[in-house]
Structure formats: structure tokens, C-alpha cells
Design a protein around this ligand. Structure first.
Ligand code: NAD
Ligand code: MG
Length: 393
């Protein structure tokens, strides 16, 4: 099915890194896109400013206590305002848009995205945690409701682009590229003293804090392996990771004849965002172009999973299946927020995740309720371990 232009766009998480870049893409093509829904968690000022500029039909503010502020500003302009988690789900279910950009960070993105899937919507998916937590469930719902997911994560967008015209050809394996983050080549004796300011300095990408920490610990690549498993219906051993510090090759597919296909470009999230919003079309833009003069060498190395234990944990979790990834994701979210608050050290994050995985019972075929319960329990245990580490320090 091919969607007409102009396309009506709903951005869930419009105040974040992906959300604001999506608005830049939209603003550059007012003839192709119309913003109809915007949502944010607590940045009411930016949300109001975006709404005044883009004139959506509906706005949702997550934090309920900010509802009055947002409503007072926007209702007089004819914009409907909702609040809270229920407001997010309600907005996602509205027949107000063609493409749902899932740009909320973390587990919180699952419910609004599922709500959109149940309406048979097209999802431009940035929120990888949705597939990590409940990938089997989500993809089943996509099939049952004739919804569609177009990946925004650059690696998955690369694979998706390489698959165009290959519908009948089997994938032998995929290779996800990883920049290696700011601590590439470092060893545990260095990482033990790393602080958040250093970890937040990613060499190639400007992103939200959570994913930036995940990139520095390689958990991001672990999450992406699990995301790819569901998105492209692969077995765990069909997914490989290679470190590629320049982030120019965004990922590769190997087909059964041994042929490799890759997608390349400058590291700029606006490109996969635009691709997802225009699919299957490519439209002209004025983004900076790649030049070989700036990249005389592209290099590759194998990931050091002994030092970056989060990637080893995620690989094991990918093999285990069931609720393991949901538990890992919850523990990781708690660990990352604790690290960002200077409550635990960089290496402690892996300990918190491992210990949480040992505590929460394994469920081989979880229901949606099981996922919610696993998420809740995992956060409880993770918090317990975080408290313990804090007392020790
Ligand atoms: P961000 O922190 O910059 O933005 C998050 C957005 O979600 C904000 O609009 C915030 O208001 C909203 N939000 C936060 N908590 C919420 C909650 N509990 N309920 C509802 N809304 C909430 O994050 P980001 O970097 O834009 O990343 C968003 C998602 O996209 C993540 O899942 C990330 O892994 C993925 N992603 C990001 C990038 C990138 O370059 N930033 C690249 C690939 C994938
Ligand atoms: Mg990525």
C-alpha cells in the first residue's frame, strides 16, 4: 500500500533528540507533511512552542501537573490537550494521523506504540525498547492489525533499505555496525572511574542522555541486536556486531550467495527519519554530503565483550528469549538513571543488570501482563542493588 502526500504526522516524544529532528525534517517540507499530534513528558515550554509553530490538532503532556499550563496556552488556539499515560494511549488511538513517530525513550513508549499498532497505523519506530521488551508480542500485533513498522534506528533503517527489492531472498546474516562510543579501546581499570560527563560525550552522534550512556556501555548495540531479531524475523546467531568507529557504514546484510549489501552515509539521524516518513520514496534535501576526502579510511574491529559486559549480557539474553530482555531492559534503565545521578559507577551498571536477571523468574512465553510484571519486579530488584552499591560507596 502506498500512502499519499501530504502525510499527517504524530510525534510521540516531540521534545527529545529524535522528536526535534523529526520536526526539522517536517519543517523543511511543508508541502509533504502536516503535524497533527505532538507529545512530551515534562518539557511543557518546548511542547507549547512546538505546538504554536506547527499547529497540531492534539497535544499530550505526560506530567499531569503541567496540564493546566499547557491547556491555558493552547486551547484558545483550537488545539486539544490531553495529559498522562492514558492521554498518550488515547492520542495514539485517534484517527488523526498517518504515521506515528515512536520517539519516546524507554519502556514508557510501549503502550502508546501498541495502541497505534492496534489501529493498523504505520509506525516510524525509534523507540527500540518497545521491541526489546515485547518484540514477539509487538510483531504479532503488527501482523494481526495490518500495521507496519518502518525503523528509524540508523542500523535498522540501513538493513530495511538494503532489503528493498530483496523480498524473496533469504538473509543469511546481518552485521550491525557500532561506533564503539567514547570508551572504545578502554579497559576496566579506566572505566571504573568514568563519570557521566565523559560518558555523555559521544564521538559521532548527539542524542538523548539514556541512549548516549547505552552507546558508551555498548548496551545500545545489545538492544539493537534484539530489536533486529524481531524486526527482521532472524535467529540470534544470524546477528553479528562489528565496531566501525567512523559510523559511515550504517549496517550490512549478507545474503545466501555471500553477497553483502550495505547502506552508507554521514551519521545524521535526519536521514533515516526522512526515509521513514517518505517511504518508499526518496526526496531531495540539503543535508551535508559524504566525501571520501574527509574519510580516507574506514576501519573495523571486533567488540571487546569482556570489557563491555553489557553487550555480552544482551547476547545471552537474546539467546534466552522469553521475558529475559524485558528484565534486562528494566534493570538497564534503572542502572542508567542511577549512573546519570552519580549514584553508581560505570561498571556497576553491568552488575545491577546481571544480579537482576538472576532474581526475576524466567517466563518462556510471557503475556503482556507478564511483561508489565517482569518490568515492575526487575525495577524493584535493580533499585535494591543500586541502594546496596550506594551504601557501599
Ligand atoms: P530523548 O530523551 O532526547 O527524548 C525522549 C522523549 O520522550 C522526550 O520528548 C520526552 O519528553 C519523552 N518522554 C520521556 N519519558 C517519557 C515517559 N515516561 N512517557 C512519555 N514520554 C516520555 O531521547 P531520544 O534520544 O530522542 O531517543 C528516543 C528513542 O529513540 C529512544 O528509544 C532511543 O533509543 C531511540 N533512538 C534515538 C536515537 C538518537 O539519535 N537520539 C537514535 C536511534 C534510536
Ligand atoms: Mg542505532
Amino acid at each position: 500500500r502506498s500512502m499519499q502526500f501530504p502525510r499527517r504526522i504524530a510525534i510521540f516524544g516531540s521534545t527529545g533528540s529524535i522528536g526535534t529532528q523529526a520536526l526539522e525534517v517536517v519543517a523543511a517540507h511543508p508541502d509533504l507533511f502536516e503535524v497533527t499530534v505532538l507529545t512530551a513528558w515534562k518539557n511543557a515550554d518546548l511542547l507549547i512552542q512546538q505546538a504554536v509553530q506547527f499547529q497540531p490538532r492534539l497535544v499530550v503532556i505526560g506530567e499531569e501537573h503541567l496540564y493546566n499550563q499547557v491547556k491555558n496556552e493552547l486551547q484558545q488556539r483550537g488545539i486539544r490537550v490531553l495529559a498522562g499515560i492514558s492521554g498518550l494511549e488515547e492520542a495514539a488511538a485517534e484517527d488523526l494521523y498517518d504515521i506515528h513517530i515512536a520517539a519516546i525513550v524507554g519502556f514508557a513508549g510501549l503502550k502508546p506504540t501498541l495502541s497505534a499498532i492496534r489501529q493498523g497505523k504505520t509506525i516510524a519506530l525509534a523507540n527500540k525498547e518497545t521491541l526489546v521488551v515485547a518484540g514477539e508480542w509487538v510483531m504479532e500485533a503488527v501482523k494481526n492489525h495490518q500495521a507496519r513498522i518502518i525503523p528509524v534506528d540508523s542500523e535498522h533503517s540501513a538493513i530495511f533499505q538494503c532489503l528493498e527489492g530483496e523480498q524473496h531472498n533469504r538473509i543469511e546474516k546481518i552485521i550491525l555496525t557500532a561506533s564503539g562510543g567514547p570508551f572504545l579501546g578502554k579497559k576496566p581499570n579506566f572505566l571504573v572511574n568514568v563519570k557521566k560527563d565523559h560518558a555523555l560525550q559521544h564521538p559521532n552522534w548527539r542524542m538523548g542522555e539514556k541512549i548516549t550512556i547505552d552507546s558508551s556501555s555498548l548496551m545500545n548495540k545489545g538492544l539493537e541486536m534484539i530489536e533486529a531479531r524481531w524486526l527482521f524475523d532472524l535467529q540470534p546467531d544470524q546477528i553479528e556486531v562489528v565496531i566501525h568507529p567512523q559510523s559511515v557504514i550504517h549496517s550490512l546484510i549478507q545474503f545466501e550467495d555471500g553477497s553483502l549489501k550495505a547502506q552508507l552515509g554521514l551519521p545524521d539521524m535526519k536521514l533515516p527519519i526522512q526515509y521513514a516518513l517518505c517511504y518508499p520514496h526518496r526526496i531531495a534535501n540539503n543535508f551535508p554530503r559524504f566525501s571520501f576526502r574527509q574519510y580516507l579510511a574506514l576501519s573495523f574491529e571486533t567488540p571487546d565483550t569482556k570489557t563491555f559486559r553489557n553487550l555480552a549480557i544482551a547476547m545471552e539474553v537474546l539467546r534466552r528469549g522469553g521475558n529475559a530482555a524485558c528484565v534486562m531492559n528494566a534493570a538497564n534503565e534503572e542502572a542508567v538513571w542511577a549512573f546519570l545521578k552519580n549514584q553508581i559507577g560505570f561498571l556497576d551498571m553491568s552488575d545491577v543488570i546481571e544480579q537482576t536477571l538472576e532474581k526475576v523468574s524466567f517466563i518462556p512465553h510471557p503475556s503482556l501482563a507478564d511483561y508489565e510484571e517482569s518490568d515492575r519486579l526487575a525495577r524493584q530488584y535493580a533499585q535494591l542493588f543500586i541502594d546496596k552499591i550506594q551504601r557501599r560507596n
